[in-house]
Write a protein that binds this ligand. Structure first.
Ligand code: NAD
Length: 259
């Protein structure tokens, strides 16, 4: 099979770590030029250096807080100065706040999580979709929490539910321009957030345990995912293999949402 993103330019937010980092690697393997956006500049730079070490293509990073529209506008101008057009946008950057019921959540935490998860997705779309002059694909990263009842996660789940709704409407708005817009909803994916400050050997054992059947009995596969398993689903939605798929939210959750 020929490279699925050969000749394409992809912008991935939150590409410094976790699912975003794995997506940058997966896209580069499939021939894409990749722009990694992250507010953690050193993490984004590490991703880009790793891509440049192992793939041919144009790779660069832009340190950007996606919740800051002026910064997003500047980032989009940098992208425009380097590429004729953008083909793929992955709105992956996201944060969690301390889980609390709405009766205890304060305004600062609402502003923070709405700013990054929901407004960040909107701002990057607003300033990069106009560069999709030859059509393309947007993939928004939501969460299994968007369609699932659980205690104390109302803030995070509200932002992810908003992303799923926004995805459907964006798909309508941009279909005429040849742009498809879809979402993925990950279940538990073992990233640095879960690994924390475990030393490398302990971290490797932890990842192995978490991704082995039995670790998470409340799903069909009964395990967590590795970031690359999400990147594979994002690649499908970013590539022409999903040419008749738009406006949907694909659960990539080991069957958690149907269990
Ligand atoms: P992660 O924390 O490992 O990586 C997120 C990356 O986004 C980091 O590099 C971080 O610096 C960057 N980022 C955060 N806020 C940013 C901002 N304002 N501007 C620019 N960059 C920013 O997270 P992850 O687990 O890879 O999660 C990626 C996405 O997947 C998030 O949207 C998250 O909500 C979603 N998700 C993750 C899981 C999971 O179990 N890991 C489950 C469901 C959904």
């Amino acid at each position: 099979m020929s490279a699925r993103l050969a000749g394409k330019t992809a912008v991935v937010t939150g590409g410094g770590k976790g699912i975003g980092e794995a997506t940058c690697h997966r896209f580069a393997e499939e021939g894409a030029d990749v722009v990694t956006i992250d507010w953690d500049g050193p993490a984004a730079r590490e991703t880009i250096e790793a891509l440049a070490d192992s793939h041919d293509g144009t790779f660069f990073d832009v340190e950007t807080d996606v919740s800051d529209e002026a910064a997003v506008e500047t980032m989009a101008a940098e992208v425009a100065a380097s590429f004729e057009s953008v083909d793929v946008l992955v709105n992956n950057a996201g944060i969690r706040v301390d889980p609390k019921p709405v009766t205890e959540a304060d305004e600062e935490s609402w502003d923070r999580i709405l700013g990054v998860n929901l407004k960040g997705t909107a701002f990057c779309s607003k300033h990069l979709i106009p560069q999709m002059t030859d059509g393309g694909a947007v993939v928004n990263v939501a969460s299994v929490g968007a369609g699932w009842a659980r205690s104390a996660w109302s803030q995070y789940d509200a932002t992810k539910g908003g992303i799923v709704s926004m995805t459907r409407d964006m798909a309508c708005d941009h279909a005429g321009d040849g742009i498809r817009v879809n979402a993925v909803s990950p279940g538990r994916v073992v990233t640095d957030y879960h690994i924390g400050d475990r030393p490398p050997e302990e971290a490797a054992t932890y990842v192995e345990e978490q991704t082995t059947r039995g670790a998470h009995p409340n799903s069909i596969l009964q395990r967590a995912a590795r970031p690359r398993e999400l990147a594979d689903a994002i690649l499908f939605l970013a590539s022409d293999e999903s040419s008749f798929v738009t406006g949907v939210n694909i659960p990539v959750d080991g069957g958690k949402s149907v269990f």
